[in-house]
Design a protein around this ligand. Structure first.
Ligand code: CDT
Length: 340
């Protein structure tokens, strides 16, 4: 029996650091846009919506923020009972998702007694089923320079590396017949690392959920030619995003939903689009048409994962873990000795 499910990526457009003419963040405006996306999903009977990394605010790690109160305003604390971020800036979003009976994957900056993390939570029926903390934090601790137009990537300054590993989980709310979907979460830069994908692949993942904020133009970050044409740079960033998601969805025989925070934040920091739904053979089955708020919807059949999982990528038949030790023994490259 096929296991059909209607899913969506919620692409979220421009969010500025401050509202017009003020030093406050545009929180209520963002909240109503996110709720509008939920309501659009409800109208189309979508059961699961994936939102971006750091959904509720601008991507603040691009700024060096020395004002503690401002920095703190980007973080959320989770409610002890539900596990859901609960400030008035975000609670109406989760309440609406619960009223509509829609499961959501949502990214936010998490403040916890263990430290601060870049987190994504899977929320179903008013409860956080589980959460993932971003493992691969890109960029630097110190800013590249103090020019106001430089795009920094200060995740190593603001977050600790995730400490929860790559734990796939079942979602009983989306059960079809006897089998609940097996879901995994990655956050932005994680999608570029095959290691995390394989950890999920080895747990039989069927839907990989990925939110991201990817700069379209940041020569300091990418190490690219600073004279590179901006259109070429944007196309390259989009190409690499699609390349890693399609390739890793295919090699782990899983659907993949990617949700972009995109557009020109503050009118000058551009983030790529590329929100899409990919099937387990690596094909894009739905993708964004705009560079603003948009819902990308697809009907998927989870049993389509079986082709890859039972043939080309039947791990138990074909993998040779006895040869993969180097992957967990070291982080960096050790080149073979030079031949004299
Ligand atoms: N948010 C995030 O992780 N962004 C990074 C930017 C590039 S790091 C070289 C990404 O991987 O898309």
């Amino acid at each position: 029996m096929p296991r059909h499910l209607r899913v969506a990526a919620a692409q979220v457009g421009r969010i500025d650091r401050f509202s017009d003419q003020s030093n406050t963040a545009p929180r209520s405006e963002v909240l109503s846009r996110l709720i509008a996306l939920l309501e659009a999903a409800d109208k189309q009977s979508v059961k699961l919506v994936v939102f971006p990394e750091i959904t509720f605010t601008t991507f603040f790690p691009r700024y060096l923020i020395n004002d503690e109160a401002e920095l703190d305003s980007f973080f959320e604390v989770e409610d002890a009972e539900t596990g859901i971020a609960s400030s008035p800036n975000v609670k109406p979003f989760f309440d609406r998702a619960s009223q509509l009976g829609i499961d959501v994957v949502v990214g936010y900056a998490e403040k916890s007694p263990e430290g601060n993390y870049n987190t994504a939570s899977y929320v179903s029926n008013g409860q956080a089923l589980t959460k993932y903390r971003k493992v691969h934090l890109p960029g630097t601790f110190e800013p590249f320079n103090d020019h106001p137009d430089t795009t920094n990537q200060l995740e190593k300054r603001y977050f600790k590396p995730g400490n929860l590993g790559f734990q796939a989980f079942r979602v009983p709310n989306l059960r079809h017949g006897t089998k609940s979907p097996i879901v995994g979460m990655l956050i932005c830069n994680d999608r570029r690392w095959a290691e995390g994908w394989r950890c999920y692949g080895l747990q039989g993942v069927e839907i990989m959920c990925i939110g991201y904020n990817t700069v379209a133009w940041a020569p300091e970050l990418w190490g690219a030619d600073p004279n590179m044409d901006r259109d070429v740079a944007r196309q390259d960033a989009l190409f690499h995003h699609k390349l890693v998601c399609q390739a890793n969805a295919y090699t782990n025989a899983t659907f993949c939903i990617t949700a972009a925070r995109c557009g020109w934040d503050d009118g000058k920091f551009e983030l790529i689009t590329g929100s899409m739904i990919i099937d387990p053979e690596g094909h894009i089955v739905a993708e964004n048409k705009t560079d603003g708020d948009e819902l990308i919807v697809a009907d998927i059949d989870l049993d389509a994962c079986q082709q890859g999982k039972t043939r080309t990528f039947a791990f138990e038949k074909h993998r040779r873990p006895e040869h993969y030790g180097v992957i967990v023994e070291r982080a960096g490259v050790v080149e073979p000795p030079e031949v004299l």
